[in-house]
Design a protein around this ligand. Structure first.
Ligand code: EPZ
Length: 421
């Protein structure tokens, strides 16, 4: 298993190109199941999770061709060969559940393994299932699978989500594009990835209004057609790297992005005395006067501060002056990076969903390990602030969501390398 070795203490200068959004692409790829014509996604990220979704779609009979060295994906589900998403693939990645809505809408039946446990929380899929039931599907849970059927097609309905779920909004929105009549989603997720999916579905002929607000209306159509769609920039990759110069000093320009993607992070950074400037090519980040101020932050659905940047922000806050408080409200077990940061010398106390971080702490390099993607990214950022060598093990977590982390950071002057093993 590969590991990444980081040595801290050098300021970072240069530019970083941000890739296409993993979480947008993972929802866009299953949309290909909704039509017998080809869907081409450009600006696709080259990541392990995308390869997993590709394998899942291929197992259903969807042809997937990687073009432009993997930067574009041509997906063609002319016919659906299988309606079954096997446990072997689904257990690797929870986003696999996103094939359920499209398969059901197109085929009138689907068998999808229930995703298993997850390191960051229980992450049930009850909202996805309840939403599809509202559209008239009958569901049966048996042997670890959900057996879904709608032999006469789905019908539009009012679906009021009890709380915000990105995945449930995506699954039900896709299913509703081919239902008879109008579906209204209330308390829908407003994430940029939802907006991106809605735009792609519209290019495929779907009738959707209200994406980006908490009420989305979808008028079903008889069939969807093929389209070409550019995946939006990855706001979590962007946010992660924006924290690097805030932690290590220096100035980095991020290419192909705009501040609306990470507005909540920018507000916090500016309050902490980190400057974020618009440029002709994107955004530039630099620490203003060498001192970062402590802050209070609560994770929340978009447009709030994303849970997917919580571990990375915590790495910065170990270096901030004073006591910071981070409240995690989305996942019940997303502080796994804390014991590892403490092994590096951070002063953090966790009580329930709240972490108190006292800084600035003098971090020292250590061998560390994380059991999820964003926690691993947080540890690499902490390594940039630490004296000596930090070895981050289990890099396969990182490879699920970050493309060539070591190359992007070393080009800006970071001392970071991947050790194959
Ligand atoms: C998406 O997961 C992202 N994944 C996650 O990215 C992200 O952390 C999360 O949204 C929150 O922003 C993808 O887009 C592929 P949710 P999703 O449904 O859709 C609970 C990363 O690091 N819930 O919005 O699974 C759930 O347990 C990751 O890239 C139910 O109880 O998240 C959680 O507490 C990991 N029942 C909350 O809702 C349901 O049916 C929000 O989850 C669905 C969700």
């Amino acid at each position: 298993m590969d590991s990444i070795i980081v040595s801290g203490g050098t300021p970072l200068n240069g530019e970083i190109a941000i890739g296409g959004a993993k979480n947008a692409c993972l929802a866009l790829m299953p949309a290909a199941l909704l039509t017998d014509e080809p869907l081409t996604l450009t600006n696709a990220p080259r990541l392990a999770d995308i390869a997993t979704m590709r394998a899942l779609l291929e197992s259903l009979g969807c042809e997937v061709a990687a073009l432009q060295e993997g930067r574009a994906l041509a997906l063609s589900a002319a016919t659906i060969a299988s309606r079954k998403a096997h446990y072997d693939i689904v257990r690797k990645m929870r986003a696999s559940i996103l094939v359920l809505g499209p398969l059901l809408a197109r085929e009138g039946a689907a068998e999808v393994s229930l995703p298993g446990g997850c390191a960051i929380g229980a992450r049930p899929v009850d909202l996805h299932l309840a939403g599809l039931e509202k559209l008239g599907a009958t569901l049966e849970l048996r042997d670890g699978y959900v057996y879904a059927a709608a032999p006469n097609g789905l019908r539009g309905a009012e679906v009021a989500f009890p709380f915000v779920s990105v995945g449930a909004t995506e699954n039900v929105m896709m299913a509703a594009t081919l239902a008879k009549g109008v579906t209204r989603l209330s308390n829908a997720a407003r994430e940029p990835e939802i907006v991106d999916l809605a735009r792609c579905l519209r290019a495929m002929g779907a009738r959707i209004e209200g994406e980006g607000t908490s009420t989305i209306a979808i008028e079903g159509v008889d069939r969807l057609r093929g389209a070409t769609h550019r995946v939006i920039a990855d706001r979590i990759e962007l946010g992660t790297y924006m924290l690097a110069p805030a932690i290590a000093g220096g100035e980095i320009e991020f290419l192909g992005v705009e501040r609306g993607l990470v507005a909540a992070l920018i507000d916090l950074l500016e309050a902490a005395d980190v400057a974020v400037e618009d440029t002709a090519r994107g955004l530039k980040v630099r620490r203003r006067n060498g001192v970062v101020r402590a802050m209070r932050v609560t994770t929340a659905p978009y447009p709030g501060f994303p849970t997917d940047l919580q571990a990375q922000l915590m790495a910065l806050l170990t270096q901030a002056e004073g006591e910071s408080v981070i409240e995690e409200t989305i996942f019940e077990n997303r502080f796994m990076h804390v014991p590892e940061l403490m092994r590096m010398g951070a002063d953090i106390r966790v009580k329930g969903g709240e972490a108190r971080v006292r800084g600035p702490a003098k971090l020292r390099g250590a061998p560390v390990m994380a059991s999820d993607l964003r926690a691993s990214a947080g540890l690499i950022l902490a390594g940039l602030a630490a004296e000596g060598e930090t070895t981050v093990a289990r890099v396969y977590h990182l490879d699920r969501g970050y493309e060539r982390v070591e190359e992007k950071l070393s080009r800006c002057g970071a001392r970071i390398a991947r050790v194959r093993g």
